[in-house]
Write a new protein. Structure first.
Length: 255
């Protein structure tokens, strides 16, 4: 019995002298389920774009955190798209998310001015996104006055469609035409000023720089005692609805 106690004591001593080795249990990190995933919205820019997948505020990496099961992360045209993803790596589960490519509204529209020519004229409307010229009927539609005859200011409304949205209100002008055909002749011997080629029955008036020279309806009247010399008379053709004013100064020689 004494020998047994001695043996047990020796065993205990030896056990106390041997270092205790602790084995840390290695456990796999908990994977995050992608069921709460969302996809970033985009805005149309005439190019192919790629949306991003976000889970709990973190942007995931394709083929590291998830893979695409169906659909595509890439899109060009405006619209709503659906893509199914599956978590990999530190992510698990699968889900279907939707994302939108919003229509673009940052485009510009202009309409070309015209000059009155007594005919109906159609303005040229140009709509551009950046350096890209958009197509009527495909990218936008027009309402308002695009064809007119008389001088004035006209309104056009451009409305984006398909990949574009929003409306733009623009104006264009048909400018008054110049009285290019007007001819003014002075006949000193007949004391007459003849004005021809006046368009639109514009009113013609005469203004002398000297009180002793009067002109009415083209007829020149010289006051008694007028001295010999050269006198100026301004002929003015008044503006009309479609024509601008015309002015010319002529000289009358008194011998």
């Amino acid at each position: 019995m004494k020998n047994l106690k001695k043996l047990l004591a020796i065993v205990v001593c030896i056990a106390m002298m041997v270092p205790t080795v602790a084995f840390a249990a290695t456990s796999s990190p908990t994977k995050v389920n992608v069921k709460s995933a969302t996809a970033k919205s985009l805005t149309y820019n005439a190019k192919s774009q790629t949306t991003t997948i976000v889970v709990n505020g973190k942007t995931l990496t394709l083929n590291k955190d998830f893979k695409v099961v169906s659909g595509s992360l890439k899109a060009t045209k405006a619209g709503t798209y659906t893509v199914k993803i599956k978590g990999i790596g530190n992510y698990s589960g699968d889900t279907t998310v939707k994302y939108t490519v919003n229509a673009q509204q940052s485009y510009k529209a202009t309409a070309a001015a015209k000059t009155y020519n007594a005919k109906n004229q159609t303005t040229k409307v140009t709509v551009k996104y950046g350096n890209t010229v958009l197509k009527r009927g495909t990218d936008y539609k027009i309402t308002g006055v695009t064809k007119a005859k008389n001088a004035g200011k006209y309104k056009i409304t451009v409305k984006g469609i398909n990949n574009y949205k929003g409306t733009k209100t623009i104006y264009y002008t048909i400018n008054k035409a110049a009285q290019k055909s007007v001819k003014v002749k002075v006949n000193a011997s007949k004391k007459k000023i003849t004005v021809s080629g006046v368009k639109a029955k514009a009113k013609v008036t005469y203004k002398s720089a000297n009180k002793k020279v009067k002109v009415k309806n083209g007829k020149i009247t010289l006051s008694k005692g007028i001295k010999k010399g050269t006198y100026k008379v301004t002929v003015k053709v008044a503006k009309t609805k479609n024509y601008s004013a015309y002015t010319k100064t002529v000289t009358i020689k008194v011998k």
